[in-house]
Each structure stands twice: as structure tokens, then as C-alpha cells.
Ligand binder design. Structure first.
Ligand SMILES: Nc1nc2c(ncn2[C@@H]2O[C@H](COP(=O)(O)OP(=O)(O)OP(=O)(O)O)[C@@H](O)[C@H]2O)c(=O)[nH]1
Ligand SMILES: [Mg+2]
Length: 597
């Protein structure tokens, strides 16, 4: 039985350049939805945090048909912290759609994903998206894209990529800007023409790579896997080559392929197919499903190492256990172990005590998403300030370096350069597009990025856009000054009063609202001076019979700066922690008692 022609592609790009929106349009136009069926925007961003934040966090697979050709599409996240998802997605596909925003042009993550695609020798189709933007500068962006390929030592073949121009939101693709296309047909045609049909020998030894995991309430753990060789039949006994080299024999009894947003039952898997395999206990990313008698492994999935670490520990604050369901070190350990199964770009180590774990990842956002997910599941925990993972090579202490791109109005050039200078950033490039905005590139230690975003946004009144990309390790760059302020710390427990806040707000910025319950050692504000200050934030106004001349002047409170999780993580210093529970995010000193600090 000849199999259908298959194209497996990943959509890769910098964050927000329109990948998920393009997948929406491809789904709509491939006719898998009934005419009257409503599909929500960015339908592939299916988990709560993805929808709330408007970003893709996990790579996801879907499949469409175009004139009898099955096109499996892997939508990937664009944010650099989730680069591990992209690396794995690329293991399943035979080509990529490299999207670039027609106004923003190639940005750090464009570079990153292209490096990975070129390394994997995957042919690319360039897609210049958002051509409808009033500030689109299509020809320049195309040139920048060629420059990027050349800069990355692309071969002549790789440089010979087709270019399409799209408005993903409207579902239009064109071969040239002048075309009058009203749909995505040119894109589908380009995929069929330029991306090779999936290779592999249906008669060969079975080789299926597990590249991702998913979970279904009905089916439990699902392995998302690509068939490279051989044919898998439902009910066959197969071997799973585990990461430790052992062979686990099992029967595959539940097999699905992707059609639009649905999983459909399958009885066979052939080379090129991307499948979901259910019902296999303990199956893991990177393992090969192969012949039980003549096993043949596929190469391991290698992915980049983590660059930052954070301490995760149980909640020991006086309010521990009030709001969460899972509060013990055992709960925490089990949850982190579960995370390791699906989230291959993080690592977990035991730290100083049995209650403490060192969790390593690609960036603050990646770890913040994990913490946020755990809060929502009912966990209470405390986390420490992110630290950079250094290494020592031939006696030299080295630290991670990032390429940072900041786009800001010319007006703020000075403050941005100054800020980066104090964080050991070296400017490598400055481009003035003549639009009143400039684009600056820096090499800066990863350490220098912690807390930078909020400062730059304040300095540029919210107008700067910044993006960074891990570059590699360099010699330790020396001291970087920390937050120049101290903390206002509650010296006793109680409820914060408006009166006390009113008295304190000149000293710095208050981080809690009146009425908030506090404990001794909890951080309630940012001290304008460099030292910590213990304050009584629960003080009541003394009632007297006397009426002052300014009798009972209404208390005017500046509204508090309530930090969200990422801001809290950026705020804390070495001797401080963020306490998170399903309901609250609190900041505290590691040592609560004043006299022991
Ligand atoms: N004007 C315009 N806006 C677009 C177009 N395509 C996408 N957008 C918008 O760009 C924003 C980001 O789109 P997404 O599809 O979420 O981008 P993404 O690349 O999937 O983002 P990540 O997965 O987080 O990296 C959304 O607000 C889209 O509506 C387009 O062609 N034109
Ligand atoms: Mg997306």
C-alpha cells in the first residue's frame, strides 16, 4: 500500500512574529473545520498561561491536508527561554517555515532558531509576515535576512531559499508583493514543492523517535513521535530503547495521528508520520521505539544546557499552609520530578537541605512559568534570587554571555547605553532606521540582564523593546552593582494600616495595599536608601479628643506597586525570598527575626 505524500515542517521565529496566527489560517483554509464552526484565535495556544500571556510556551503538533498531501506542522514558541522546545521540534521535521515580522526584521531568536535549523540541515522557506503593518519595510527585512544567513555561514544551497509574503491574520500568502492572492495557496504550494517528502524505508528496521510528551485526561501520557524507518502496526510487540541503554518490551495498543485539532485513531505508522502513542508506561523524550528483536537506536536529542539556577524550597513563612494544598518537601520533590519528564531543558539538583532544590533552566521566564503553573495547581513554595551558572575551564572562571538587542526611541539612547555600561554591556552595533528609533546591540553577561527589563522600561517610559540570546561563555566580567535600594521590612505581624503606610511612603515605594496581612520579616516596600529598614506598618493612629486644625485630613496614599511573580523574582536580593501560594506572592527576608539578620 503506497503511503500518502507527507511534509513535516516546524514554524520557527522570534517571539510574536505570528507563528500561531499563521497556523490558525492554515487550519481554517485546509477545510478541516465545518463552515459554521467557530475557531478561536491562536487556537494552538491551548493552555491557560499561553492564553493569558499571549505567547506559545509548548511546541504543539497539528496536521492538515492539501491536495492529498499530509502536512504535519509543529508550532514552536518564540521566546528564548523555551528554545528547548524548538530544538526538539526540529528533530521531527524535514524543513522549516522561518517567519520574520515585516517591520521588526530578524531579531535574536530569529538568529537562534535559524542556527538550529541550519545545523540540522533543514531547508527553509522564508515567510515575511505582517506585510499589512503600516511600518512594514519588506525589502530591507529581506536583505537583513540574507545578511543573517550569510553571517551564519549558510551554504549556497541554504541561501537559495524561497520567500513568501504573508498577512497571517487575514490568511493571505503571496509569492511577490504585487500578487493579488487572497488565500494561503501559494504557501501550501511552496511547502509541497520545496520541503522534501519525508524519507525512510517502510520495510526497514523500526525506528521511531519520541521528541515530545503530551498529556490527555482520557489517555494519560502521550508520546509524540516521528517514524523514521519501518512500519509500526497496532498491537505489535516493540522495544523501547531507554535513555539508560536498556530495552523495554511492550505492545503499542493506542496510536493516533493529528488531523487539525483532533487526534484520530491509526492502525499503522509509516516513515514520515508524526504520531501520538498512548498507553506506554514511563516512555520518555529521546527514547527510540524500535524492533524488539533487532533494536536500532536513533541519535540522542542534544539540547543546550541551562544558564540560570534558582533555589526552590518549602514555604517556611508564618503563613505557610494557609492557602495551598501541597506544602511538604515530598510534594515539592514529586512535582519537580514530574516536571523533568516533560520539560527536558530544566535540571533539578538537591541543594543544601532535604527541603531545598536547585532548579536550573534557560531563563527567568521559563522558571517563572514553572512556578506559576505550580501555584495554580495548589503548591506553596519559596524561591530565591536567580543565579547565573558559571563554569571553570582550565582554571578560568567563566560566565554566560548574551547578545542583547534593544530597540528604543533615539531620545533614550543615552540612558540605555549608560545603563548597559554599568552592567558590563559592550555595544557591538547601532543602526538608525531613520524612523526616530534606533536599534542597539550589546554583548552583556547574563548576570547583567537580571532586573534589567523593568529598569529599561522605566527609563524609556515603556517604549523600549528588548530581546536577548545566549551566546556562549566568556571570562568572568567582574562585579556588577546590584539593586541600589534596600527593603522596607515589617518588624511585627498584623494588618498594614493606611495610617502607617502614609507615614512610610516618603521613605520609599510601598509594595503592599492597606489591609494586607504581614508578618515580621516580610518585605513591604523598597527603601530609597541602600540599607534595609525595619518598619512598623501595622501602626494605628492614636485616637485623641483634640481636633487639630487640619482636622482629620483625608489620608492620601500613593497606590502601591504590586509586583507580579517575574517582577518579584527580579526584585529580591541574595538574602531575600519570594513566597508563592495559590493566592499570594509575598517577599521576605530569608531570616525573619531582626536580631538574627
Ligand atoms: N498586523 C498583523 N498582525 C499579525 C499578523 N500575524 C500575527 N499578528 C499578530 O501578532 C501577534 C502575535 O501573534 P502570534 O501568532 O501569537 O505570534 P507567535 O509567533 O505565535 O508568538 P510566540 O508563539 O509567543 O512566539 C498577535 O497579536 C497577532 O494577532 C499579521 O500578518 N499582521
Ligand atoms: Mg505562538
Amino acid at each position: 500500500m503506497p503511503r500518502d505524500s507527507i511534509r513535516n515542517i516546524a514554524i520557527i521565529a522570534h517571539v510574536d512574529h505570528g507563528k500561531t496566527t499563521l497556523v490558525d489560517a492554515m487550519l481554517r483554509q485546509s477545510g478541516i473545520f465545518r463552515a459554521n464552526e467557530e475557531i478561536i484565535e491562536r487556537v494552538m495556544d491551548s493552555n491557560d498561561l499561553e492564553r493569558e500571556r499571549g505567547i506559545t510556551i509548548l511546541a504543539k503538533t497539528t496536521g492538515v491536508r492539501y491536495h492529498g498531501v499530509k502536512i504535519n506542522i509543529v508550532d514552536t514558541p518564540g521566546h528564548s527561554d523555551f528554545g528547548g522546545e524548538v530544538e526538539r521540534a526540529l528533530k521531527m521535521v524535514d524543513g522549516v517555515l522561518l517567519l520574520v515580522d515585516a517591520s521588526e526584521g530578524p531579531l535574536p531568536q530569529t538568529r537562534y532558531v535559524l542556527v538550529k535549523a541550519l545545523e540540522a540541515k533543514l531547508p527553509a522557506i522564508a515567510v515575511i509576515n505582517k506585510i499589512d503593518r503600516p511600518d512594514a519595510r519588506v525589502q530591507e527585512v529581506v536583505n537583513e535576512l540574507y545578511d543573517l544567513f550569510i553571517d551564519l555561514d549558510a551554504t549556497d544551497d541554504q541561501l537559495d531559499f524561497p520567500i513568501l509574503y504573508t498577512n497571517a491574520r487575514a490568511g493571505i500568502a503571496k509569492d511577490s508583493l504585487e500578487d493579488s492572492s487572497g488565500n494561503l495557496r501559494p504557501l501550501f504550494e511552496a511547502i509541497v514543492k520545496h520541503i522534501p517528502d519525508a524519507p525512510g524505508d517502510p520495510e526497514g528496521i523500526l525506528q521511531i523517535l519520541v521528541a515530545n510528551l503530551d498529556y490527555s485526561d482520557y489517555l494519560g501520557r502521550l508520546a509524540i513521535a516521528r517514524v523514521f524507518n519501518g512500519t509500526l502496526r497496532l498491537g505489535d510487540e516493540v522495544g523501547i530503547l531507554k535513555l539508560d541503554g536498556s530495552l523495554q518490551k511492550t505492545k503499542i495498543t493506542k496510536l493516533y495521528s493529528f488531523e487539525g485539532l483532533k487526534r484520530v485513531d491509526e492502525t499503522v505508522g509509516k516513515p514520515g508520520d508524526i504520531l501520538a502513542i498512548a498507553g506506554v508506561e514511563g516512555i520518555n523524550i529521546g527514547e527510540t521505539v524500535t524492533s524488539a528483536t533487532t533494536p536500532s537506536p536513533l541519535p540522542r536529542i542534544q539540547i543546550d544546557e541551562p544558564t540560570i539556577a534558582m533555589i526552590f524550597t518549602i514555604n517556611t513563612s508564618p503563613f505557610a499552609g494557609r492557602e495551598g494544598k501541597y506544602v511538604t518537601s515530598r510534594n515539592l520533590r514529586e512535582r519537580l520530578e514530574k516536571e523533568l519528564l516533560t520539560n527536558v531543558s530544566i535540571r533539578v539538583e538537591d541543594a543544601a537541605s532535604t527541603e531545598t532544590f536547585r532548579v536550573m533552566g534557560r531563563g527567568e521566564l521559563q522558571l517563572a512559568i514553572l512556578i506559576e503553573t505550580m501555584r495554580r495547581e495548589g503548591y506553596e513554595l519559596m524561591v530565591g534570587k536567580p543565579e547565573i551558572l558559571t563554569r571553570t575551564i582550565n582554571g578560568e572562571l567563566q560566565e554566560p554571555l548574551e547578545m542583547l538587542v534593544i530597540d528604543c526611541p533615539e531620545l533614550f539612547l543615552g540612558v540605555v547605553i549608560e545603563k548597559l555600561g554599568s552592567r558590563k554591556g559592550k555595544m557591538t552595533k547601532m543602526v538608525n532606521h531613520g524612523s526616530g528609533r534606533v536599534r542597539l546591540e550589546f554583548d552583556v553577561p547574563t548576570r547583567g540582564l537580571i532586573g534589567l527589563r523593568s529598569e529599561i522600561l522605566t527609563d524609556t517610559r515603556g517604549t523600549a523593546i528588548m530581546n536577548s540570546l545566549f551566546r556562549g561563555y566568556v571570562a568572568w566580567q567582574g562585579d556588577i552593582p546590584r539593586r541600589p535600594t534596600g527593603s522596607l521590612v515589617a518588624d511585627r505581624s498584623g494588618r498594614a494600616t493606611a495610617y502607617a503606610i502614609w507615614n512610610l511612603q516618603e521613605r520609599g515605594e510601598i509594595l503592599i495595599a492597606p489591609g494586607t496581612e504581614v508578618y515580621a520579616g516580610m518585605i513591604v516596600g523598597e527603601n530609597a536608601r541602600a540599607v534595609d529598614l525595619d518598619v512598623n506598618i501595622v501602626k494605628e493612629k492614636k485616637l485623641t479628643n483634640m481636633r487639630a486644625s487640619t482636622a482629620d485630613e483625608a489620608i492620601r496614599l500613593v497606590s502601591p506597586r504590586i509586583l507580579n511573580l517575574e517582577q518579584a523574582i527580579e526584585f529580591i536580593r541574595d538574602d531575600e525570598l519570594v513566597e508563592t501560594t495559590p493566592q499570594s506572592i509575598r517577599l521576605r527576608k530569608k531570616i525573619l527575626q531582626v536580631n538574627k539578620r
